[in-house]
Design a protein around this ligand. Structure first.
Ligand SMILES: O=P(O)(O)OC[C@H]1O[C@H](O[C@H]2O[C@H](CO)[C@@H](O)[C@H](O)[C@H]2O)[C@H](O)[C@@H](O)[C@@H]1O
Length: 358
């Protein structure tokens, strides 16, 4: 008996020491295997799939009986995706201030992620910074929201807008090199480009069916983004995630020309056309008359999976800056990073200041 007690105490001491050692090595220790209620807003924001397939591959998970060790690895990730704030001066070295074109995502980039999609407001400071940036550089918002809706949030006229993940673009009517600075401002009088227009009747049909099937699922909501549909599950109980996904898929089965992608606690239903935020970026450059110019630098800031298409375009052009907004390590094609919308605000203010000084 004495022997057993001695072994138990020794085991406990060793376990305690091991835990301390792991913590010193940079592992986070939690003593709860259940996901916390507000996980949706924390560091493990779901990116690529619903919760049962959760946890980003870039995190190293070590699970023992009751203890989960998660290595965030943010610092080492920063080595390969350096902060655009820390490297600002270096990034702008040798850049002619007249050569930048700015592209911004909305949710999670200009506004923080919140539970209610209708209340994802951007701050007045952010609006002022975006507006100032747009007075110096051609600036476009490329969002998953409907174009009108994102414009209602941003409330600025001196920008270009693309909604529905780039499937609804209000492009400039005059190429940048053929107009003076004032005509750069769109005031909504551009030329709409809507490559998924023929899908509108089917989208409305799907919308109605989805509204019906989600009725029994508490917290689920549908957002009509005109050329695509968002099925939100941020406020759905985890136990209902799979049921919801199955219901959405059962509707989609009847529409082979549509597909589903996943964002931050949202399923997005859209036409399966080869058109994404990357194409939208190229379209803007084209209509601005800049696509064949080596003299312009596209700068794209975004936080979501759909922004990766734009990062890839920048990477393949070998020209411009791609900046991911993330407070956790993520697999990304972006070269630089910013932690959250507050850092985006600092970056945009700095960009405007830099332009003013030059
Ligand atoms: O391309 P974006 O501008 O980033 O739009 C992507 C989706 O953003 C919105 O949903 C996300 O933000 C909501 C508000 O913070 C949040 O509640 C939701 O869970 C997130 O997925 C928007 O509501 C979607 O329609 C967009 O497709």
């Amino acid at each position: 008996m004495k022997h057993m007690l001695f072994l138990l105490i020794t085991f406990k001491i060793i376990k305690k020491k091991l835990t301390k050692l792991r913590e010193r090595m940079g592992f986070q220790t939690t003593h709860n295997t259940k996901k916390s209620k507000d996980d949706s807003n924390n560091a493990h924001e779901q990116q690529h799939s619903l919760i049962p397939r959760a946890l980003n591959l870039t995190h190293h998970n070590l699970t023992t009986n009751n203890t989960k060790f998660i290595h965030s690895g943010y610092d080492s990730w920063l080595v390969t995706h350096p902060s655009a704030l820390s490297l600002f001066d270096k990034m702008m070295e040798g850049v002619d201030e007249k050569r930048i074109v700015v592209f911004l995502d909305y949710d999670g980039t200009l506004s923080p992620i919140v539970n209610d999609p209708d209340r994802a407001f951007m701050s007045d400071e952010m609006r002022a910074a975006v507006s100032e940036v747009a007075t110096y550089f051609p600036t476009a918002i490329i969002s998953g929201r409907g174009r009108e809706k994102v414009k209602d949030f941003v409330k600025l006229n001196n920008l270009y807008y693309a909604g529905s993940h780039g499937m609804d673009i209000m492009a400039p009517s005059v190429p940048i090199n053929q107009c003076d600075k004032t005509t750069l401002h769109t005031n909504g009088n551009g030329v709409p480009f809507q490559p998924a227009k023929k899908f509108l009747p089917a989208i409305q049909e799907i919308l109605k069916r989805l509204e019906n099937v989600i009725k029994g699922i508490e917290g689920a909501s549908i957002e009509d983004n005109q050329f695509c549909i968002s099925v939100h599950f941020r406020q759905v109980h985890e136990k209902d995630y799979n049921v919801l996904e199955e219901k959405v898929k059962s509707v989609l089965e009847k529409y082979p020309l549509f597909c589903m992608t996943e964002g931050k606690k949202v399923m997005e239903i859209r036409p399966s056309i080869k058109w994404n935020k990357g194409n939208a970026l190229e379209y803007f450059l084209e209509t601005l008359g800049l696509s064949n110019s080596n003299n312009f630098l596209p700068l794209y800031i975004g936080d979501d999976k759909t922004d990766e298409d734009a990062f890839k375009v920048i990477r393949s052009r070998g020209q411009g800056y791609s900046i991911i907004v993330s407070s956790t390590p993520r697999e990304t094609c972006a070269l630089y990073s910013l932690r959250d919308p507050s850092e985006v605000l600092m970056f945009l203010s700095r960009l405007a200041k830099w332009r003013k000084r030059s």
